[in-house]
Structure formats: structure tokens, C-alpha cells
Design a binder for this molecule. Structure first.
Ligand SMILES: Cc1ncc(COP(=O)(O)O)c(C=O)c1O
Length: 373
């Protein structure tokens, strides 16, 4: 009988405790499963209008350079982001999506015996990254089921806590705190914890929040941003952190040398220079979001007001509604992994996609009513 070596047993045990991130169902999978020719993915909070044409042109120009490694320091991009945030370039750390930055920061500062505090229905990657780092993820419930309880989160911070994470606005609940509230939260935290303020959806509330790096202060503050949402570059994988040079210098030691590829660097630079495109897209998404939320409200299915590029549907038969939507070629995101089995998160699409969604929901709602009678 073969005996498993200790290292293998340890690795298997550790892996068994990890829950992999469940992404939205890929479009191709739905087409295969249902034998249909086309469908709309509304499951991953992507930008329905796509990237700026200037970003596409920049990537096309950079294609001839992909036999070379990228600039491992992403110098030009860091400089452009530094100007954007009114800081020097050593305040910026670009990553392969903001997801990589979140994982890097958590892995850098939390390990076995440490605690990472986040909100129960906060973005799930914080808990997963904590577990992968061997740390304990401690999540704090939301009293109203949606909004981070910042007082309770501050109270949950103990001497083992190394990292605290909030998303503002939050995915999947769509809730937001204004800058003064976030600063009160920061003031209530010990000076020696790292605080991740995840601003993946910042562009949808920039008027409310302003530039958080300029407005907020805490010695361990790490603000993360992404090009995946408002800038429409989810497939390129590009995000970044803004933080103090001292903190980022430590995180940088855990970073792989060429973490941001050639195309992503060029696309992000061009996208930054085409703010007009981004702002037009954000305004259009906000208009469409209002339309969808009013419609859900009329159906009695509105799960809450969202400040991101998605809406929340709430109904006891959410799982059934998701199945029916899929049968009609639309992929929503069920929120079971967040303990929100009666919710669906639906990304705001282009106007014609939203028309199709509303038609589908109207007929599904009618059928549900008939079956309830
Ligand atoms: C709150 C939040 N943070 C971070 C991310 C990660 O985005 P990315 O890795 O594409 O930058 C997402 C993606 O959905 C998100 O919703």
C-alpha cells in the first residue's frame, strides 16, 4: 500500500478547504447547453458598450510587439495614473485585473493565524484570498441584508486582524457609503491594519466620492480600481492600487515580474486618454439602470437600489427565474454563493438587450402568477 507523503497530504487538506470563485456562466456554455444560436451575458458586470475605439487602436498597434516581454514596471501607465490621482508614480501598483491586486495585498499582509475582516455580502474574493493565504476570513453580517455594517466591522477587528476589506460601491449588493462615512470608519480602525477600499465601480459614483486617495486618510489605506467596468477592458485584465510607497514597496516584492501584459498596458493608457468615451458609457448605463429598476419595482421584484452597473432582482423563485431567462438566451447571476438565494444580479446591458430582458421578465412574471393561483 502506498503512503502519501506529508507535503501532499497537507496540500490536499488545504485545497479541500478552498472554495474556488464561481464566475458568471460563459456565453459559449449556454449556447452549447441550450442548442441556441445567440444569447446575452448579463452575469459579470462587463461594459455592454465595449472599450474606447482608441484603446482598440492602441492594442492593434501593440500587436507587433507581443513577442517582447512587457515593461515590468508599467512605467508609462503608472505615470499616467499617478497624474490622474495627483501623486508620484510610486503610489501606484498595476495588476492583472484589480483581482490580482486584491490577492497580492491580502497574501502580503495576512497568513496563518491572522484574520481578514470583510462584510458577509461583500465581494467574495476577499474571503477566498484570505483562505488561500492560510488566514481566517471573518465576515460581518449586514443588518438590512445589503449594507456593510461599518461600526460592527470596526468592532470585529482584533489583534489578529491584519487586513480589512470593503467594496464601495459593493458588488453584489450595489450599496455605497459617502466619503465622510468611510473616513469615520477609517478613524475607528487601528492604525496598523491594512484597509482595502475596493473601488471597482467608482466611476458610477465619482460625483459622490471624488478622489478617495485625496479625500481619505489612514496609514494602511489601499484603494483599488479597475479598467474592467466603466472602461470596458475586462478581457485585458488590468487594474491597480493607489497606496503609500512604503506599503506598495512590500506588496511589490510578491508580484510576478511581468504581471501586466503589453496589450493591457497600451489599452489602459489609451482608455485613460479617452475619458469622453468612458463618461458617455457610464451615463448611458446609469440611465438604463434607472429604467430596469423602475421596471423591477413595478413587478415587485426590485432587490434594492444599485450604485454599480447592475441591478438586483429579488423573488422567492429567483432560481426558477434564472432558468427561464437562460432558456430565453439571457444569463443572469444567481447569488447563492453570497447566501442570497432569492436574488439575481443582472448586469445592465445595451438598450435593446434591456428591452429583451424586460419582455422576458414580464412574461416570466405572468407565468409565475398563473402558477401561484
Ligand atoms: C467589487 C469588485 N472588485 C474587484 C473586481 C475584480 O475586477 P477585475 O479583476 O476585473 O479588475 C470585481 C469584479 O467583478 C468587483 O466586482
Amino acid at each position: 500500500m502506498s503512503v502519501e507523503p506529508d507535503w501532499l497530504k497537507r496540500a490536499v487538506d488545504q485545497a479541500a478547504a478552498l472554495h474556488p470563485y464561481v464566475p458568471g456562466k460563459p456565453l459559449e456554455q449556454l449556447l452549447r447547453e441550450r442548442g441556441i444560436a445567440e444569447a446575452v451575458k448579463l452575469a459579470s458586470n462587463e461594459n455592454p458598450f465595449g472599450p474606447s475605439p482608441a484603446a482598440c487602436e492602441a492594442m492593434a498597434r501593440a500587436l507587433g510587439e507581443v513577442h517582447r516581454y512587457p515593461d515590468g514596471n508599467a512605467t508609462e501607465l503608472k505615470t499616467a495614473l499617478a497624474v490622474r490621482h495627483g501623486v508620484s508614480a510610486d503610489h501606484i501598483l498595476p495588476g492583472n485585473g484589480s483581482n490580482e491586486v486584491l490577492e497580492l495585498v491580502i497574501r502580503t499582509f495576512a497568513g496563518p493565524g491572522d484574520r481578514v475582516v470583510s462584510s458577509k455580502r461583500g465581494f467574495i474574493v476577499y474571503a477566498l484570498a484570505a483562505q488561500a493565504a492560510g488566514a481566517q476570513s471573518h465576515t460581518v453580517p449586514e443588518p438590512d441584508g445589503l449594507t456593510h455594517d461599518l461600526d460592527a466591522m470596526a468592532e470585529a477587528v482584533d489583534e489578529r486582524t491584519k487586513v480589512v476589506c470593503i467594496a464601495n460601491p459593493n458588488n453584489p449588493t450595489g450599496t455605497v457609503h459617502d466619503a465622510a462615512t468611510v473616513q469615520r470608519f477609517l478613524d475607528a480602525l487601528p492604525r496598523d491594519v491594512v484597509v482595502i477600499l475596493d473601488e471597482a465601480y467608482h466611476e458610477f459614483v465619482s460625483d459622490l466620492l471624488g478622489d478617495s486617495w485625496q479625500r481619505l486618510s489612514h496609514p494602511g489605506l489601499v484603494i483599488t480600481r479597475t479598467f474592467s467596468k466603466a472602461y470596458g477592458l475586462a478581457g485585458c485584465r488590468i487594474g491597480y492600487a493607489v497606496s503609500s510607497p512604503g506599503l506598495l514597496e512590500i506588496v511589490n516584492r510578491f508580484r510576478e515580474p511581468f504581471n501586466v501584459n503589453v496589450l493591457a498596458q497600451q489599452a489602459a493608457l489609451a482608455a485613460l486618454n479617452d475619458e469622453e468615451w468612458m463618461i458617455k458609457g457610464v451615463e448611458a448605463v446609469k440611465q438604463q439602470r434607472t429604467r430596469l429598476e423602475s421596471f423591477l419595482d413595478e413587478l415587485g421584484m426590485l432587490g434594492g437600489r444599485s450604485h454599480g452597473n447592475f441591478v438586483l432582482l429579488r423573488h422567492p423563485k429567483a432560481a426558477e427565474i434564472a432558468q427561464e431567462l437562460e432558456a430565453l438566451g439571457m444569463i443572469p447571476r444567481p447569488l447563492g454563493p453570497y447566501g442570497m438565494a432569492d436574488y439575481l444580479r443582472i448586469t445592465v446591458g445595451r438598450p435593446e438587450e434591456n428591452d429583451r430582458l424586460m419582455d422576458a421578465l414580464a412574461s416570466i412574471a405572468q407565468n409565475l402568477e398563473i402558477h401561484q393561483v
